[in-house]
Design a protein around this ligand. Structure first.
Ligand SMILES: Nc1ncnc2c1ncn2[C@@H]1O[C@H](COP(=O)(O)OP(=O)(O)OP(=O)(O)O)[C@@H](O)[C@H]1O
Length: 209
């Protein structure tokens, strides 16, 4: 029986003569942090997009919880959260309002949503920015906000494309700790990264070439 949470088997993406992803296989179990590494253009984002069901493979397959990846399945949408493509944000809602809106859509309007929102603001160091609007944030602060919008919702699998983007050294360390904590509660994290500190914190590394 396949016990992996998320996996690819010889997943390949080709457009005309261009290879976006060479045949790639891996299988991640619950509670594992995997880092996808490799030079620019080696296919890390392409693999994340395939795992999220955002593009069609030329050959091979990707599976989530034992089934072929299919983002149209409501059950799969609940399992998988991703920060791979830019997340749409509302211009006229504050940081805290938008995070709590996402929390409420998954956990209802009660105390659980409020607790998850304040934990997220605290964990990502966003408390001082809670009443700011998106256009009032720096690039690094916007990245933390995007991470909060994804991390505040439930997920068995978390797909992240260069989550360290624009973050300073202290916040990169805080992110690595947060991702490891996530795995300790059973979430599988797959992160494409160029950041040695994330690779060091990972349980497994998949090096694309
Ligand atoms: N729509 C497309 N058409 C043709 N080639 C594409 C397309 N999108 C991406 N590519 C190519 O696919 C390859 C893999 O791109 P991908 O974005 O997955 O790399 P990456 O490993 O994430 O790179 P980086 O570290 O720079 O983010 C690259 O050579 C890129 O030029």
């Amino acid at each position: 029986m396949d016990e992996s949470t998320i996996s690819s088997h010889e997943a390949t993406v080709q457009i005309g003569d261009t290879t976006l992803l060479r045949p790639t296989s891996f299988a991640a179990l619950a509670g594992e942090l995997w880092c996808l590494t490799g030079p620019n253009g080696s296919g890390k984002t392409t693999l994340l997009r395939a795992l999220g069901g955002r593009l069609t493979l030329t050959a091979g397959s990707c599976h989530l919880a034992g089934r072929p990846v299919d983002p149209n399945q409501p059950s799969q949408r609940r399992l998988l959260a991703a920060l791979v493509e830019p997340i749409p944000v509302a211009r006229d809602l504050t940081v805290a309002e938008q995070i709590s809106m996402v929390a409420a859509s998954w956990f209802g309007g009660g105390s659980e949503s409020r607790e998850r929102t304040s934990t997220m603001l605290e964990e990502l160091g966003l408390n001082d920015l809670r009443d700011r609007f998106p256009h009032e944030l720096s690039a690094g602060q916007l990245q933390l906000f995007g991470l909060a919008l994804v991390l505040v919702r439930p997920s068995d699998v978390l797909l992240l494309d260069e989550p360290e983007r624009h973050l300073d050294s202290a916040r990169t360390d805080r992110l690595a700790e947060l991702l490891v904590r996530r795995t300790q509660t059973g979430t599988t994290v797959i992160a494409a990264t160029h950041e040695p500190r994330l690779v060091e914190a990972a349980h497994h590394r998949l090096a694309l070439v």
